[in-house]
Design a protein around this ligand. Sequence first.
Ligand SMILES: [Zn+2]
Ligand SMILES: [Zn+2]
Length: 135
Amino acid sequence: MDFEAILKQRDIKPTAIRLLILKEILQFKQAFSLLMLENKLQTVDKSTIFRTLTLFHNNHLVHTIDDGSGSVKYSMCSNHCCSEIEDLHPHFYCQRCGNIFCQTLTKIPKILLPEGYLLSSINFVIKGVCKDCNK
Ligand SMILES: [Zn+2]
Ligand SMILES: [Zn+2]
């Protein structure tokens, strides 16, 4: 995998630390929290991890998920995703393992709001049992 190209595609300068953090992020098969990432990168300064993750988020390399647990989760964006409302997808919360999985097969339907209402974000979480826990 060309890690440098992944960063350049999102206008992020590929520094050594950013590449290291990107490699760790790509190893997650489900959404991750800042704490989960910090635990994997014990040698890296926490504020560096946070700043890098914020940069990745601002440049639409990762998106955030509010699963209602109080801690924000992050997940890699697909190549075409640009974090517009139209690109939002539902997230699946597994009630057994507690992991969050992006569900990109379904688009979030267009939300019709009465005049005067301004939409800023949509949080669409499906709860159930993931395929690993359902074996
Ligand atoms: Zn599960
Ligand atoms: Zn997602």
